[in-house]
Write a protein that binds this ligand. Sequence first.
Ligand code: ZN
Length: 472
Amino acid sequence: MQSDKLPPKENFSEWYHELLMIGEIVDNRYPVKGMCVWFPFGFAIRKNVYNIIRELLDVDHYEALFPLMIPENEFMKEAQHIKGFENEVYWVTNGGSSPLEVKLALRPTSETAIYPMFKLWIRSHADLPLRVYQIVNTFRYETKHTRPLIRLREITSFKEAHTAHSTWEEAAQQVEIAIERYSEFYRRLAIPFLVSRRPNWDKFPGADYTKALDVIMPDGRTLQVGTAHHLGFTFSKTYDITYETLNGEQELVSQTCYGISERCIAALISVHGDDKGLVLPWEVAPVQVVIIPILLGNKETTLEVCKSIRNRLQEACIRVQLDTGDERPGAKFYKWEMKGVPIRLEIGPKDIDKNVVTLARRDGIKKIIPIGTLIESILSEAKEFHKAINDNARKFMEKNIREVASIEEAEEYTKQGVAIVSWCGEEDCGRILEDKVEANMLGEPQYSHFAETQCVVCRKMTTKRTYLARQY
Ligand code: ZN
C-alpha cells in the first residue's frame, strides 16, 4: 500500500498525478511520451462510463468502426480541416522496408476516414438522417506539455459521432440533441458543466460553429470535456456527399460531428476526489459495496454472515467485494476509500447479535441498518450519495464562477475561476479581451439570458456575455 503518499487535493496537479497511479487508473510510465496504460481498475471505470455513452447514443445512432489509417490523398482534400491538424499528424511512410506509394495518416480525428464512405452509403433522402459513432484511439503529435487523460499523443477513448442530414436546420437541431445527450451523460456522472458557443476563431477546423461543454477543475482552470460541431456543407462539398430528393434532384447533405474523450474520466476523478482518494459515483464504480468483516470472537459465524450478505447483494446485481484479507479493518477502510467505493459495510459479532450492519458512505455519512432491509437501504443510500456528491460539485462550481464588470476584474478573477464578461460579439473586442485578461474565451453561455449592458471593450450596449477562463 502506497496510499500515505497522496498529497492533499489543494496541491491539485501533484494530487492528480499521484492519484492516477495510487488509485490504479492509468500508468504514466510507458516509454512513449503522451501515451498511457490503463490499469485494470481504471479500465473497469472506463467501461462503466462508456457504457453510459453507448446507452445514450444507441437509441438512434449506429455504432461502427472505421480504419485507423487514412490515405494522404483523402486526408488532404479539405483545406481548412488540414490547416487545423497538419502539424499534429503521425505519418506511416513505410511498409516493412519499402516506402509506401501513398503515405498513411494515423487518424487525429476521423472525418476524412468516414466521409468518403458516407458518399458511398448515402443515395437518397430515405438514407437520411444517418447517425453513426465509434469509440477508438486517435493520435495527435502534441508539442505542448502532455498530461495523463487530459493532453495525450494517443487519445485512447475518443467517442466520435458523425451525422448527415437533408437540411442545414436539421443538422443544427442535431447539434442541440448532441448537447442534450452529453448533458445527460454528465448529470449521470454528477459533474456540473458549462455550455458555450465557441468564438469563431476557436471553432473546429471546417465547422460553421462549435458548441462545447467545460468543467471547472479544482484549480479553477476549465477542461473542455465535449464538443459538438455544425459542419454545414464544408465536407459534403469536398467529398461530394449528395442525396436524391423527392423531386429527383441531387442535393448536398448537411453534417455534424461531436466528440467526448477520456477527459470525461479526468473530470470525474478531479471533481469528486478528495484527500483520501477517489470518490466514484455509484453507477460507474467498479466496486459499489465493500464488506469488511470485523473478526472478533466467533470468526466463522461472522464470515458466514458476510458471505451470505455478499451473495444477496450479488443476486441484486450490486458490484460487491468481501475483503477477507489479513489487514486490520482500519487499513482496509483506507484502501477502499482510496478506490472510491461508494458504500462500505462493517459487520462484526455485535452487529450480528442485533441483526444489523454498519453502513458508511464514501462522503462520510454513517448509519446502522437492519439486515432484513439491507438491499433497499443500500439502493436508497446510493441515490442519496449521488445527490450529495452532485450538490457538493455544484457548490464548488457556483463558488468559482462570477459575473464581473471590467477587464481588470476579469483579469483578477480568472486567476481563481471563470469570469462572465459582457462582450458585443465582435472578433476585435474578443481578441482584445483575451489579450488583456490573459485568459481564453470559452464563448457565449448557452441557454441563459442576461440584462443589457456595455461591452467591456467598445462600450456598445449588448445582452451578450462570454466566459473567460484559464483553460487546460
Ligand atoms: Zn465590443
